[in-house]
Design a protein around this ligand. Sequence first.
Ligand SMILES: Cc1cc2nc3c(=O)[nH]c(=O)nc-3n(C[C@H](O)[C@H](O)[C@H](O)COP(=O)(O)OP(=O)(O)OC[C@H]3O[C@@H](n4cnc5c(N)ncnc54)[C@H](O)[C@@H]3O)c2cc1C
Ligand code: FES
Ligand code: FES
Length: 1258
Amino acid sequence: MSVVEFTVNGRKCRVDNRIPRYTTLNAYLRYHLSLPGTKAMCHQGVCGACIVMVFGRRPTTGTYETFSVNSCLVLAVSCHGWEITTIEGVGNRLEGYSEVQKRMAANSATQCGYCTPGFVMQLHSLLHKNLTMAELENSFGSNTCRCTGFRPILDTIKSFGSDAPKNLIDDIEDLKICKKNCERKCSVNSEWSVVSEEAANQIIKIDYGHDKYYKVWTVDDIFKVIKKAGDIYRFVDGNTAKGVLPELFDYPPILIDISEVSALKQYSIDQNLILGANISIEDCLDIFKNESKTDEFAYLDDFVKHLDVVAHISVRKIGSLAGNFIIKHLKREYQSDIFLLFECVGAVVTIRSGSGELTLTLPEFLDHNMNGCLIINFKLPPLGPTHVVRSYKISPRKQNALAIVNAAFNFNINRDTNRIEEAKIVYGNISPNFIHAADTERYLQGRYMFCNDTLQTAIHILDHELNPQIMPPQPSPEVRKKLAIGLFYKFILSISPADAYPYKYASGATEIFRPLSSGKQLYTTDPSMYPVTEPLQKLEALIQSSGEANYVNDLPIRMNDVFAAFVLSTVHGGAVDKINYNILEEPGVVAIFTVKDIPGVNSFGFPGIPLQTEEEEILAYDKIKFCGQPVAILVAETEYLAAKMAEKVQVTYKNVPKTPAVITIDEAKKKKWRYKAGTNPDEKIVPKGKGENVTKVIKGKYETGAQYHYYMEPQTTIVIPVDKGLEVHSATQWIDLTQICVARCLGINESDVVVKVRRLGGGFGGKLSRSVQVAAACAIVARNLNRTCRFILPFETNITMIGKRPPIQCTYEVGVNDIGKIQYLNAKLIEDYGCSQNENILSYAAGSFPNCYNTDYFNLETASVVTDLPSNTFARGPGTFEGIAAIENIMEHIAFELGLDATDVRLANMKTDDNEIPEMIKTLKKEADYDKRCAEIIQFNADNCWKKKAIKISVMLFPVIYYGNYSVLVSIYRDGTVTITTGGIEMGQGVNTKAAQVCAYKLGISVSLITLLPNFSFTCTNNVFSGSSIVSECVMFGVQEACDILLDRLHPVQVELGKPTWNELIKAATDKQIDLVAEYMMNDKEPRLKAYSAFGVAICETTLDVLTGRFQIDRVDILEDAGVSTNPIVDIGQVEGAFIQGLSYHTLEEFIYNSIGKLLNNRALGYDVFLAKDIPVDFRVRLRFNSKNKNGVLGSKTVGEMGICTTYGIAYALRACIHESRKESGHKPEWFTLGFPTNIEAILKALDVPLSNFVLQK
Ligand SMILES: Cc1cc2nc3c(=O)[nH]c(=O)nc-3n(C[C@H](O)[C@H](O)[C@H](O)COP(=O)(O)OP(=O)(O)OC[C@H]3O[C@@H](n4cnc5c(N)ncnc54)[C@H](O)[C@@H]3O)c2cc1C
Ligand code: FES
Ligand code: FES
């Protein structure tokens, strides 16, 4: 057989050698079947945008089952026999939507919608299991959403729980799940198969010429193929290892698919538990669940918990044990959880080669040459009841992350004597060759366990023998060591009898327990204004839930389309010397373009337009500015080839500086040319005077890092040559700049460039100007080849070359009186702009630094520096976020030094005009039961040594200003329906829905009559970018005005007809040839739009595990002033989403560079962002009642960026927890250094618990 067969949404598919072997299921669905509903972002199995549902045979059980897979990892040739269902197959506009899709939409669980199909499919794949709410909530480590903050998604997911309370599902009329013929998909033990019986079990060989693919069914078949293949083969089971380490798991000429070799998938028990090598991790988890019921394998109970945090369900479902072991084999430092667990119980591995079978211990396996070898099985020994086995995994986030340190302990303790007969202590991620803490193990043998002396000596030895290597981007050796010892102590506490240590220490024995999450949203509406103020479902919600909402790369592919990718510089300065064009000989490679192929200006900036002060090169040539800057474009026939071949292009460089790259503000400050002071009046605060009563002077420095926007839709552009010009489909927030720069770089007229944007899969500022580089490069290809070009940045390219939120540094000296009132403040705030001064946000930072305070005595200077990194850019709350965070750090510092409550210090410094904060603090404190909780926390901290709690209030005054211009075009059609197109780009913030609400309100019609069209450069000509939060309001204003123009024109007809219905009125107007198209451009000279302040207060409670640095955000209460919210559920979504994005930034997100500024954590498993189980357990948001904005549009206030500006509170809550612990560790009370982000590394360093504190008895 030379073809594989499967079905997609019931349609039979045959894949043979006409489809490239490397084609993933994702590429096959999107580019060969034209099913664009399944999205892709990371292509590494991490983000979940690509999840589809499979009904297929599980070789371990022999049954048919429904499960999810990441279509970006699975090869199309590996889908043999599967019935695949994509988002299009679970519900659509023709056949009706599934219940999951409907509830996602109804619960406001979509914003940009790019992640939504992945969530829907993951949920669909679980429905038949009848899981509880907690089980369901635990099953979404596979999916990332950067917009919503997860709460509404979790509410939707939980509503399908077998134990879901009625109120979670009340609102949905139709509770029947999956109405279409789903019996087969959800049944287990089905006899059904898409592959004919005769065809089953024959070796499938697909011959691609030089390359071959074999699908084999038996172990003997494997060796037959290996014999022919020699060394140039690799096995494929789940193909998930490629997601973790693509460089190690490329496709050699022979691929042998062993995913259905049943001998490798079975398990049995003689006395050992014998696990077939290729049992999937998820099936292994089920086996462990069963076998842990027996005494000999009771230890597997702990393994079940550990496996639950290995990868996530859809990777575990197809990722095999052997595949995991081979990663460890090829990369010793890999922190394999499976290896760790198996080694700690003394498992062995059986290997077969041409010369027979061999049993090896796991360390022996690591040294064994695996060429020509197949792992056959793993044998886990039974362990008697005297064994205590525990394992731990400390990772940056709760799910879907690799360990910072993982540890497994297996102590055989004589129950009569309490002496240790044998100890096994295994750690991961210490150094490549470290497996066992062998000295400590030896020492412990024969010792009485629950005695302080034993513990102290053991810790001393452990401290000595643990010497973690520097392995960037892994956390520092110091922290990995602290963690390893902390975990050892935790283990000892967990197995010690309660009377072995004081009660206070008990909190060290356990990890923080996360209960089921919950959320509350409170708001008021004004029915007299409906549909304005009505909590309407977003216009796009259903089509986003069903994958029918189109994004740029969903445009159907055509025969002649090409794909392009950037070739990135590997140096941080100097010039390109030579580019080796030999790559053009590779099949499928079409062209390479360099700066010489740019007919016009090599720039994607346009000095003079807002935010732009200098040119920025599309392709660097003689002045490389940072490592990772694009120097060429590679064009190929497929997306995969373009990305892969771009990495292989050999470029040599000249004049490369020998000095390291300048990547910090401190370094950059030293060079005059890099430093630019903010000289404009709005870039500083000048004091009006100085207070007399200085009783304390405080000095400090506050720094934040960069933040990747992490939009789920990558930077994408498609350029189509049309007539004499170009049609540009771009995921951009800035149509005008795109149009200008495309025309300029090609030397053509702007009028020959038509830009169209339907929606973005998230932007957050990252697609404001940075998208233009991609658009320009794409246009260069399309123009040079006269072919449609698709340019989609791979994750590594995107995160490497695109600028981020600028890091800041704020140094300050503040003089205060006894109650913390500022008498003088000298502060300097420096922004790191990366390699260009474009997008100056000093005025934003200076404008927001006052927050809600009296600035009479404030003296603020600002400056910017340029560094050897990509040019930084707008990111949610640009400047504002940083300005508020900087002054709030000063407030916290003052409070600490004076021993006062930080809220009291804030109140002492409040300004009196235009300030709702004092009243809002009072309201929220009461609502959140703040005082009572404070008292409880004091008691908790007194009772617990190894867990600490804190609660913090944070406040925000966001100065809203209107700038720029937004066009609106409203057209009424003969049948009374209406279309609107605007200059405001929909990227999840709900601008389209709000525009429709205002239009319906003004025209007095139903929202259902209104359709929002994409944004076009010819209707929003010369408009400003869609950034900041004001877009929705500006568009709403424009819609009002356009509607007024139309109403004026309709008025005479209305008078003539008396009281016509809407349809009668419009029909008469069209008969009279009245112009029913109105255009209005709002601009910032508009006197009716006045600047105003938006307010927010948040209370954040957290628990910290002192031994591991892990924390949980227990509860967050937010009171946000949205004025009269135009759409409360949309606004709450913005608040929640921004808040989670900020929490993630403050506690998790960071960049690790080497000395030349090469980004080291540029993979999806390297740059972690919050996932569903990282968000506050209890998340309550209230939009302030009775708050009408006199200055805004229809009484509303903007909310898009505000949510992020109160998230600094988490850092001070954690600081307070650390402070509590440090007191007990004997540190003197001081304002200690706390790194940004406040992640495990920063926390453990700041905690600085002396090892001598890890005791059983003092
Ligand atoms: C998003 C994500 C998160 C992850 N998180 C974790 C984590 O938290 N902890 C952790 O430990 N791991 C993690 N992993 C790694 C994961 O466990 C492995 O990718 C998976 O187990 C590999 O199995 P596979 O069947 O997909 O192997 P494949 O990718 O199909 O193959 C990998 C290699 O194994 C070889 N191979 C496969 N079977 C055999 C055999 N029987 N004999 C000899 N060689 C064989 C192949 O030749 C190939 O070289 C994660 C992976 C992803 C994608
Ligand atoms: S694209 Fe597949 S998981 Fe991200
Ligand atoms: S809605 Fe989830 S990423 Fe945008």
